[in-house]
Design a protein around this ligand. Structure first.
Ligand SMILES: [Cu+2]
Length: 367
């Protein structure tokens, strides 16, 4: 498959050159060997002549292969340098690999996503890490020819610049347990404007203030407006354990049947499920979902309790107000507009200069 980023051309060229030289040499040596074996076989030649050294010939077969090998090293080293040198102007995406999903954090906008979206033609630096208690993964985008280990509690990095729009696969390339093969997500490369629009929608999803009307009504138009789909979230994140129909069929040992009142220990109200999703259930496999926005938690909670049907108790205004208080949902603020790094550095330098330079001295040029 042709590469989709600008460095892949150099990498592919290095790959084919080195591969090509190896194939030519392999073929040449094998053919020469077969010819000589045939020509000097015992039945034809019984005596050998005395062979003296040949300076020129020896020099040739030392110098040429050495040159080829050094050249291969150079080509490989150059490609390696391209991959390993992070461009300073790159936008940063923080990638977390955990059993068994990738998540992407956009630090400037404070956005979290389980798919990666980047603008075309922009250098992207991925800061990779796994939670300290997790295992080693490997972040791999075959179309971009980049792959890097993702280590628990340690940071690694990788960069690429996509020069073609499209949707590409992201894999985990390090066997990391039961669902390793499902640790797949997508990278969408879109025009700058579309990327901005996506970010805006993600920010809205995360920071749009919750309203009581939507809290008690799964069909509230705001869910569609924010493109939040409770059943889809459930299918992606919950059904593997709780079963597509909420019958607990994914968890043979700790099965809960959400269709029965007896299947609920912590309560089926939206507020109850919201808390469960925020805190997890300690000592069980039910983890917290800190990356879900409040709207997403509400949408998925509404879907989970819908398994109980008519028997599900309704949330009251007090329930809602209590939750808003508890999680400070009325105080969530969008992160401030981030200033570009260059400008921030300038300000810092100016400040430091003003603080330490004695009055009357002039600013040195350059540097
Ligand atoms: Cu993995």
């Amino acid at each position: 498959m042709p590469g989709a980023s600008d460095i892949t051309r150099d990498l592919d060229r290095a790959f084919w050159w080195i591969g090509g030289v190896c194939i030519v040499l392999l073929a040449g040596i094998t053919v020469a060997m077969l010819i000589l074996v045939f020509k000097y076989r015992r039945s034809r030649v019984t005596t050998t002549s005395q062979v003296e050294g040949h300076r020129l010939l020896e020099a040739v077969w030392i110098v040429i292969p050495t040159a080829i090998v050094l050249w291969m090293f150079y080509v490989g080293y150059k490609g390696f340098g391209l991959i390993r040198t992070m461009p300073s102007e790159a936008m940063v995406v923080q990638v977390t690999g955990k059993q068994w999903a990738w998540t992407f954090h956009y630090p400037e906008e404070g956005v979290d996503s389980d798919r990666m979206v980047v603008p075309v033609g922009t250098a992207v630096r991925c800061e990779l890490a796994a939670p300290p208690e997790d295992v080693i993964h490997s972040f791999y985008i075959p179309d971009f020819r980049v792959k890097e280990d993702v280590l628990p509690g340690r940071s690694t990095e990788l960069w690429f610049r996509a020069d073609r729009e499209g949707t590409y696969n992201i894999f985990c390339a390090e066997f990391c347990g039961k669902d390793h093969a499902k640790m797949i997500t997508t990278l969408k490369v879109v025009p700058e404007a579309e990327y901005r629009e996506w970010l805006r929608a993600e920010v809205a999803k995360k920071y749009e203030p919750l309203v009581f009307e939507a809290f008690v009504d799964a069909n509230h138009p705001k869910f569609r407006e924010l493109s939040i789909d409770g059943p889809a979230l459930y299918a992606t994140f919950c059904a593997s354990c709780h079963g597509a129909a909420g019958d607990g069929s994914g968890l043979p040992n700790e099965a809960r049947d959400f269709r029965q009142p007896s299947g609920w220990k912590l309560g089926p109200k939206v507020v109850d499920v919201y808390r469960t999703l925020s805190l997890g259930v300690e000592g069980t496999r039910m983890r917290a979902y800190p990356n879900f926005s409040p709207w997403e938690k509400v949408a998925v909670a509404q879907h989970v309790r819908s398994f109980l049907g008519e028997q599900a108790p309704a949330d009251s205004r007090q329930d809602y107000d209590g939750l808003v208080q508890e999680y400070g949902l009325d105080k969530i603020q969008k992160p401030k507009e981030a200033i570009p790094v260059e400008r921030a550095m300038e300000l810092l330098v100016q400040e430091a200069g003003a603080a330490t330079r004695p009055a009357g001295t002039t600013r040195p040029h350059g540097g």
